[in-house]
Design a protein around this ligand. Sequence first.
Ligand SMILES: Nc1nc2c(ncn2[C@@H]2O[C@H](COP(=O)(O)OP(=O)(O)O)[C@@H](O)[C@H]2O)c(=O)[nH]1
Ligand SMILES: [Mg+2]
Ligand SMILES: [Zn+2]
Length: 320
Amino acid sequence: MTRNEPHSRARAPDRVRSVTGTVTRVQSRHARVAFDNGQQTRCALRKTLFREEDQFTKPVAVGDRVRATVFGPRDAVVEEVLPRRGYLARLQAETGKEQILVANVDQVLITVALAEPSFRPRIADRILVAAERGGFDGIIALTKTDLIDDRGPFDEMACLWRGLGYHTLFTSTVTGEGMDELREILVGSTTVLAGQSGVGKSSLLNTIEPGLALRAQTVSDKWGKGRHTTTASELISLEVGGFVVDTPGIRSWGIVGLEPSDIAIFFRDLAPFVDACKYNECTHDHEPECAVKDAVGGGQIDERRYESYLRIIMGMEEED
Ligand SMILES: Nc1nc2c(ncn2[C@@H]2O[C@H](COP(=O)(O)OP(=O)(O)O)[C@@H](O)[C@H]2O)c(=O)[nH]1
Ligand SMILES: [Mg+2]
Ligand SMILES: [Zn+2]
């Protein structure tokens, strides 16, 4: 009988419970689980969870809902991963397997500064592709409103995104603008943070809950860069309920494995037109009889969004 076999602990069967919870961190043979009653415990992973033929690099991912058997205060085993609602993943080149960064993501909070660093709306459009592909909501926070005088041009962009159905809000940690709205957005959901460095992600988190940003730093940030090429992420629980995760790299991972002709269907405004193009593999760039280009010309698709789309496919061709 090995130390890890559960029947060696069967002496107190009245204390053995089956519980569900959310995985907040994954190690090679263990996972930290936030149980639904609020307790967090380091759990062993049942050996049967490890299957060679699996499409994923690990059997359990951050964000997974799991069922575990609890034998005692520090003694629990993850038995089963409950069905995933979708996930954010990258392809591991060496094995061809998917590395899940976060499972059961509800939304990505795309953070774009109005100034310092200068406004770069195309980054948001790019991350929105990842959200559409992953099946979760894209929310855009336009930060540092206290630094600008004329909000007109930014209001226009906000209207454009809102018109596509993306919740867009203005924030400032200096004036407090948008903070109540942001809190409501985060409560009870699993939110992935995305955006360039310096746009104010950490400041937003700390305004919501003091000290949160430090806890939400990625494991690789805390333990030194370069040690992990595969970045480990960690789910941070909010006092108000819900989780946040700060995962760098979503910008490029969102489009990994896609062909240029596959990108347009993840642009909500371009997608309705792609079937009407003459060529099946149309990239909506140089091809004749392209319904997407016609829609741009006819004003049904905003030129700024089309430009974002073109930048993405041009970047992809450069990477090949
Ligand atoms: N004026 C102003 N500065 C901000 C705001 N939010 C963040 N900053 C500043 O921007 C810099 C980068 O912020 P930080 O939260 O670390 O950005 P992160 O890299 O996205 O986490 C810091 O110097 C912050 O003080 C804001 O709303 N207004
Ligand atoms: Mg930060
Ligand atoms: Zn086309």
